[in-house]
Design a protein around this ligand. Structure first.
Ligand code: BG6
Length: 496
């Protein structure tokens, strides 16, 4: 009975929507790809859910000459194309479009800025979303200041990539800091907005069960996999200058590593959480070249190779990285973290697996099982948690042991309605309006992540070695398998 009541309470919390106060949101790059795919459909879903009210004002700003009516049509099309949430009442779309205006604006000139200033309401939260390349961050910040829009309660939201190395990230932080306080800067890493990524913290710090075992005494190693089945598609221009290390490892995988490895913060508050994450990054040892493998996908009969998809057909940019990381601190010394990410892999599957050590002594004969306790947190798709445990094989005939998974798929455990998780962008934009920075990266965190990443990239550049080719639809280059085999361990299978 008690158990049932508790579950009921959890379900209620999952579905709760707390409306935010009316706000002004300006989307610089309001006609760009991210706005169309994520920001605008996400805002519509929050409107449908009743979280955003009718007093809200959303202003698209870009260079394209169009008026508000044309922008509303642009938004209508974006939502038709990219909003896949059947729960949204399309009857509300016209009302939602009524919240939208548009201003033609030149980030590097003076066109449009006075008009924009006149469109903002004086006494409410205002947020400026920099959905543009980092090259424009400084111009936008400076002009917001010049035109008196950078009030002390204004917020700016900046997208990744936040620089391409430590030096450029520092320069960006510096230019933003000239006009905005750190408490006003929301650096987005959309992985932090994913429901299951936040669940990492709930699982670790909301349960007594795991935390006592969460250290090198009990954990053999941890694997973090973010596998994508898609290639670079039309993003080759951007991607070829980045590669998997800058595009995924420095940010998304680093954030996952931090959440899984950090010490319990004293409270769930922005600086307490970010202080702990920063300590993890700073405790990372430099990665040796024999601890990292980089790959590039090849083509097959149905898929083009990476090199076919980018301008430079000799490109040595990596689309796959696997590495072994060490965190030199009291908790994790001796427990390696294996990270891997890549495009055009077997399937889209992201998970974190905490592999516990074997029992120190087996009382059972012929027990050659190895690493049977694995806690797997599936981030996407099919979000859930699985714990591998050893049990007795049912039936007579002695004590034969088998490993079985205790599987909790959130969709099943919570019911289909309640497991309808908001997209990461929806949650993060609402956090900006509420003024909660917990799920955003602080400037020092980003810089520390680059400080760890830069020497790896520099060594690759020095060696001029090309990445290893791997077949589309595979698990990456064979050397990535060897990276673990050498240590007497193996990667978990990449499967849906
Ligand atoms: C982005 C990267 O930040 O994350 C992309 O630039 C990548 O290359 C994407 O495909 C993956 O995000 P998700 O949410 O699909 O796992």
């Amino acid at each position: 009975m008690l158990k049932k009541r508790k579950i009921g309470k959890v379900l209620k919390m999952v579905s709760r929507v707390i409306p935010v106060a009316p706000f002004d949101l300006v989307i610089f790059g309001g006609t760009g790809d991210l706005a169309r795919r994520k920001i605008l459909p996400g805002l519509f879903r929050r409107y449908c859910a009743g979280q955003i009210g009718n007093q809200t004002h959303i202003i698209g700003a870009a260079r394209n000459g169009m008026d508000s009516a044309e922008y509303q049509e642009f938004v209508r099309k974006a939502i038709a194309e990219f909003d896949d949430d059947e729960g949204c009442d399309m009857g509300k779309l016209d009302d939602f479009l009524g919240l939208m205006s548009y201003v033609t604006l030149d980030a590097r000139g003076d066109t449009g800025w006075n008009t924009l200033a006149g469109m903002l309401t004086s006494d409410r939260i205002r947020a400026f979303y920099f959905s543009v390349g980092p090259g424009l961050f400084g111009d936008l910040a400076t002009r917001l200041h010049k035109h008196d829009m950078a009030r002390s309660d204004s917020r700016i939201v900046v997208e990744k990539p936040f620089g391409r190395d430590l030096q450029s990230a520092r320069a960006l932080n510096k230019v933003l800091a000239e006009h905005f306080d750190e408490t006003q800067i929301y650096r987005i890493d959309h992985y932090l907005g994913k429901e299951t990524v936040q669940n990492l913290m709930a699982v670790r710090f909301g349960n007594m069960l795991f935390e006592p075992l969460w250290n090198s005494q009990y954990v053999d190693h941890i694997q973090i996999t973010v596998a994508e089945s898609v290639g670079v598609g039309t993003r080759g221009g951007y991607y070829d200058k980045s590669g998997a290390m800058r595009d995924m490892v420095q940010n998304h995988l680093m954030q996952l590593l931090c959440l899984i490895a950090m010490e319990p913060p004293a409270k769930f508050d922005p600086d307490a959480v970010r202080d702990e994450k920063l300590k993890v990054i700073r405790a990372l040892d430099p990665v040796e070249m024999d601890e990292i493998v980089r790959g590039q996908y090849q083509g097959d009969a149905t898929h083009p190779s990476y090199r076919d998809q980018v301008e430079d057909h000799e490109s040595t940019t990596e689309t796959f990285v696997a590495l072994r990381a060490h965190i030199s601190n009291w908790r994790w010394s001796g427990t390696p973290f294996y990270l891997r990410t890549g495009k055009r892999l077997r399937t889209r599957a992201s998970e974190i697996a905490v592999v516990f050590k074997d029992a120190p002594h087996s009382i059972f004969e012929e027990d050659d099982r190895h690493h049977s306790n694995i806690l797997t947190i599936r981030l996407q798709p099919n979000e859930g948690i699985e714990l591998g445990v050893t049990i007795k094989e049912p039936g007579p005939g002695g004590m034969r042991l088998i490993d079985v998974p205790l599987d909790m798929t959130f969709a099943e455990a919570l019911g289909p309605d309640k497991a309808d998780f908001p997209d990461a962008y929806e949650r993060l934009i609402m956090d900006v309006i509420r003024g909660n920075q917990t799920l955003f990266m602080r400037g020092d965190e980003v810089e520390a992540a680059w400080a760890w990443t830069d020497p790896i990239i520099a060594q690759w550049q020095e060696s001029e070695a090309a990445p290893l080719g791997y077949a589309s639809g595979s698990s990456g280059p064979d050397d990535a398998l060897m990276l673990m085999h050498r240590d007497g361990r193996r990667w978990r299978e990449i499967k849906p």
